[in-house]
Write a protein that binds this ligand. Structure first.
Ligand code: WTA
Length: 641
């Protein structure tokens, strides 16, 4: 599968070209001094006293430094020529377009910040944001950041139950939402979903509603229209001086248990990592038009739509809708229309576009592009080459960026702005300056090049999560105890003979479906909450477009018989408990699940069966006598997969 030839070269060398060795050398030899130099690129109200306070596994970066994220994204540009520059060019799915300058964003953020303060929201309070991809989303995040409230954005594809779980865990005081959002021409009734959720969230005092559609909605006692809420507010609100390690936000993400984890990111360290990684990887310049296609509901949008590009003062494109609506050339049309210079997207989107054929992108002028990026899942070498040849016309380097919600920012990628290396399709190349990656076995022993093992990070880095919300213990256990003295990423990887890093996919029970992160156990819990289901096992099957697709095995409670109707009900149930992204491609109703003697479901075995791979070692199966039966049953199922 892995193909390390051909090896196109990164032809772009910036003015800083060839500095990479020196940067990496400094980072390795004196990391604190190195990160301290990086932090100086930000505006601090008060300089830190100590670069790193490391009480493993808890890090405090830039201790006693005072900083504000919104100030670094907006205010710092207002005394420069960037003041009236376009910060966000927003395009709605229906083609409408709005351009917001840095100054205009400043006004809106300040007004919202003042309005939030007026209803009593203060530093440390949690605000849930459930918005589609409209400018009010980054504006709301920045308004929270300005007053020190902690935002918790919930992806607008999640269900009311997911909102309730997250808002209850964080004890949010308000929710900011919209009357609806557009997706493939249809209106998603976000306000109704929130109405259902708030019945289950006692801590919610107010619901602020952005008017995005002309849908009739019912406004209840707690509801306020966004425009009315901010209208009379002053356009200046003092920025809160945040301690560097104060939380900036919580972002819930799937883990290996049923309950999503509230990843907490701090302020000064996180922003330092973002500022530096964006400089090295994207080499942002004032003339860049950056198009990141992620949804802000996921970490890529938080870091590389909201915080990093705005700190750098670039102009960015924010697109509301689906990549194939109203036709299969939507991204290319957007690139042509606004002259995008950098595209940052997912392998899933590229696989779909590749399938639509070359004529579509070839009919647009994509010559403004100078750099192409991918994120979120492994990219197949043939898709990489298509991206390089057809979209980039062999003129744009490709950055394959590996990172996670927990890492805050990019950890592995070619640094297009500062290095000139051979690219290998499918490899992220090397770790960023200051990031020490090691591939180890389960005992933490470093593996030699070429051997597959667990991807770990050896030293703390500024963008790392500060903990999990209300769960320091789970933070320790999940990330720092699986492999001794290292951060364990949960991915398999290997390093080749030229020291290039290759990511091979998750080593745990997390799935990446169309780049979206979902936990198998989270989906299983959702199935089990249905009255007909006794047991559930979820695994994934290789999918040509989405990378992975979900396959569920359900054991029904006694007396309940499977039927097409039940199958449909299951779909609806998953849509309502998690959201449409977690709906299984296929459900199999079975009599029994393969388990180990200690009662653990052998998902590995199921995964092998659905992917038609060799089944491997089954000696740990619980019921030796039934092995034949289980394999027979699974093989029977296999015929239909
Ligand atoms: C996967 C997304 C291969 C990986 C930013 C990781 C990747 C998980 C890549 C985190 C890549 C991310 N190549 N796999 N370039 N980037 N991944 O938290 O399995 O949604 O652990 O963050 O995505 O997903 P998350």
């Amino acid at each position: 599968m892995i193909n390390d030839s051909p090896s196109p070269e990164n032809k772009v060398i910036s003015l800083e070209g060839k500095k990479i060795k020196k940067i990496k050398y400094d980072a390795l030899n004196n990391p604190e001094q190195f990160w301290s130099e990086c932090a100086k690129n930000l505006v601090w109200f008060k300089q830190w006293d100590k670069v790193l306070e490391w009480n493993p596994p808890f890090a405090k970066w830039f201790q006693d430094g005072k900083i504000n994220a919104a100030y670094n994204c907006i205010d710092k540009h207002l005394k420069t020529e960037l003041k009236n520059k376009a910060a966000i060019i927003w395009e709605g799915e229906n083609g409408e377009s709005i351009t917001l300058t840095y100054n205009q964003i400043f006004y809106k953020v300040n007004q919202l910040a003042n309005a939030l303060k007026k209803i009593g929201i203060k530093k440390g309070d949690r605000v849930t944001i459930y918005l589609p991809m409209i400018p009010e989303l980054p504006i709301s995040m920045l308004a929270c950041a300005r007053i020190g409230a902690i935002h918790s954005v919930v992806f607008s594809g999640f269900s009311s139950q997911s909102i309730a779980d997250r808002a209850n865990d964080s004890k949010s005081r308000i929710i900011i939402t919209a009357d609806g959002g557009f997706r493939r021409g249809k209106v998603i009734p976000l306000k109704n979903i929130v109405d259902e959720a708030i019945e289950k969230i006692p801590s919610i005092e107010k619901v602020i509603v952005v008017k995005r559609t002309n849908r009739e909605i019912t406004m209840g006692e707690k509801d306020l229209w966004f425009d009315d809420f901010i209208e009379k507010e002053s356009i200046y609100c003092e920025s809160e001086w945040m301690e560097s390690s104060d939380p900036l936000y919580i972002l819930y993400t799937s883990g290996t248990t049923g309950k999503p984890k509230g990843v907490i990111h701090g302020t000064g360290g996180y922003l330092t990592h973002l500022y530096s990684s964006a400089k090295w990887v994207f080499n942002f310049t004032p003339t860049d038009i950056f198009f990141c296609t992620a949804d802000i509901g996921w970490v890529t949008g938080h870091s590389y739509i909201v915080y990093a590009p705005l700190m750098h003062g670039v102009t960015e494109i924010m697109y509301e809708g689906a990549p194939d609506f109203p036709d299969q050339g939507r991204y290319w049309k957007i690139i042509e229309k606004y002259g995008a210079t950098i595209l940052y997207t997912t392998p899933t989107a590229l696989r779909a576009y590749m399938r639509y054929g070359d004529n579509i992108p070839n009919s647009y002028n994509l010559s403004s592009l100078r750099l192409l990026g991918t994120v979120g899942e492994p990219i197949n070498p043939e898709v990489w080459l298509w991206y390089f040849n057809i979209i980039g016309k062999q003129n744009c380097p490709i950055i394959d960026t590996w990172w996670q919600t927990e890492t805050g920012g990019i950890m592995i990628s070619m640094c297009s702005g500062i290095e000139n290396i051979k690219m290998k399709p499918g490899s992220g190349t090397f770790s960023l300056p200051g990031i020490e990656v090691e591939i180890v076995d389960q005992n933490g022993e470093k593996l030699e090049n070429g051997k597959k093992g667990y991807l770990t990070i050896k030293k703390p880095w500024p963008g790392m999560l500060i903990s999990l919300w209300n769960d320091d213990d789970r933070y320790k256990k999940t990330y720092w105890e699986k492999i001794p003295n290292s951060y364990s990423a949960g991915d398999f990887a290997f390093i080749d003979k030229d020291n290039y890093i290759w990511i091979l996919g998750r080593s745990d029970d997390i799935l990446k479906v169309a780049g979206h992160r979902l936990g198998t156990i989270e989906i299983e819990s959702a199935y089990i909450s249905h009255k007909a289901v006794g047991e559930a096992a979820v695994t994934s099957k290789h999918d040509e477009i989405k990378g992975e697709s979900i396959i569920a095995f359900l054991v029904l409670k006694s007396g309940i018989v499977s039927s097409e109707q039940l199958n449909k009900e299951m779909k609806e149930h998953i849509r309502n408990t998690i959201g449409p992204i977690a709906i299984a491609e296929k459900i199999y109703f079975v009599n029994k699940l393969p388990k180990t003697r200690s009662g653990k479901i052998m998902r590995r075995l199921l995964r092998s069966i659905v992917n038609k791979e060799t089944i491997g070692d089954i000696t740990t199966l619980e019921d030796e006598a039934s092995i034949e039966e289980i394999i027979y049953e699974m093989n029977e199922l296999n015929k239909y997969l």
